[in-house]
Write a protein that binds this ligand. Structure first.
Ligand code: ATP
Length: 289
């Protein structure tokens, strides 16, 4: 299999807020398709996305995206034209209709011809299945619909690089499934970086995954490689194993343990979440149900 071309390259990105190293020398490469960004609270995910979306410059380090260098004002402008950004808290005006909000974003994205702009707004609202409610005020839409309005706004102008900050947070399972479909479609031919706490989103959607913790990249590879980190390190037992890094009682009544199994343990098939937990193995979690 040939390696797809790199579309985004970051080298040594660092950003401090006072004494906090939100990013501490982050280097990574992205290609077309959906890359998942996992990390615990405060890992620096939002900060990394804000840097890549040119919302904030790094203190140190550099990156290029789609051939543009945001370190120059011309490169920054060119990148912003080619970028779609769904921030963690999209700033909706609640009295705007879905159409008016996306139209407003389209105006900011320099779509000046009114008829062509309105066609584009209808196209992106259709793409996220909101054609029927485009005349409704945002304050009257459900949380899932609002997330789709935000995705539609990020898709305006067919950007080559999409930066999505926890877009599936707060969605019910059905909405999350639907949203996954939309993100997968968006990943066809585009570079998508998706920050999430949902390891299933990464397992089902992403061709690459980056794990960030304390502002540093702890893993970069495929979901299968992250899962493989837990091979031989997940086992079941009748009682909670105190040696396990994490352990919880499953629906069948037995315990599922992650860590270093004892001799002769009954090994289980690992999941991506197990590989992720072990990558963050400095943190010990014990969940008892
Ligand atoms: N504007 C800010 N001022 C001061 N500190 C900040 C600011 N933004 C982020 N931080 C700090 O930088 C670190 C990284 O935060 P960031 O929001 O990037 O993490 P995150 O991985 O997105 O977390 P979460 O999963 O909780 O959204 C944290 O310690 C956070 O408290």
């Amino acid at each position: 299999m040939t390696t797809p071309p790199t579309t985004v390259t970051a080298t040594g990105l660092s950003l401090r807020y006072g004494g906090t190293h939100a990013l501490d020398g982050v280097s990574l490469r992205l290609t077309r398709g959906v890359t998942g960004l996992l990390g615990p609270n405060g890992a620096g995910k939002t900060t990394l996305l804000r840097v890549l979306a040119t919302a904030v410059p790094p203190d140190r380090g550099e990156f290029t995206a789609l051939g543009h260098d945001p370190g120059t004002s011309a490169g920054r402008l060119a990148l912003r034209r080619a970028l779609g950004y769904l921030p963690q808290t999209p700033g909706f005006h609640p009295d705007f209709t879905a159409f008016a909000f996306v139209d407003y974003v389209a105006i900011l994205k320099e779509l000046t011809d009114r008829a062509a702009r309105h066609r584009e707004v209808r196209r992106v609202l259709d793409a996220v299945d909101l054609a029927d409610v485009r005349g409704k005020r945002i304050k009257r839409l459900s949380g899932g619909m609002r997330q789709r309005v935000a995705l539609a706004a990020a898709l305006v102008g067919d950007p080559g690089f999409l930066v999505l900050d926890e877009p599936t947070v707060g969605l019910d399972p059905e909405q999350r499934m639907r949203f996954r479909g939309l993100i997968a479609e968006a990943g066809e031919g585009r570079t998508v970086l998706l920050s999430t706490h949902q390891t299933e989103d990464v397992a089902m959607l992403c061709h690459r995954v980056v794990v960030l913790a304390q502002g540093r990249v702890r893993f970069e590879g495929t979901p299968a490689e992250l899962t493989a980190r837990a091979a031989g390190r997940v086992w079941s037992s009748a009682e909670r194993d105190p040696a396990a890094l994490a352990g919880w009682r499953t629906g069948t009544g037995t315990f599922r343990n992650v860590g270093d199994p004892p001799e002769g343990a009954h090994l289980l098939e690992p999941t991506l979440e197990d590989g992720y937990l072990l990558t963050l193995d400095s943190e010990s979690r014990t969940v008892t149900a």
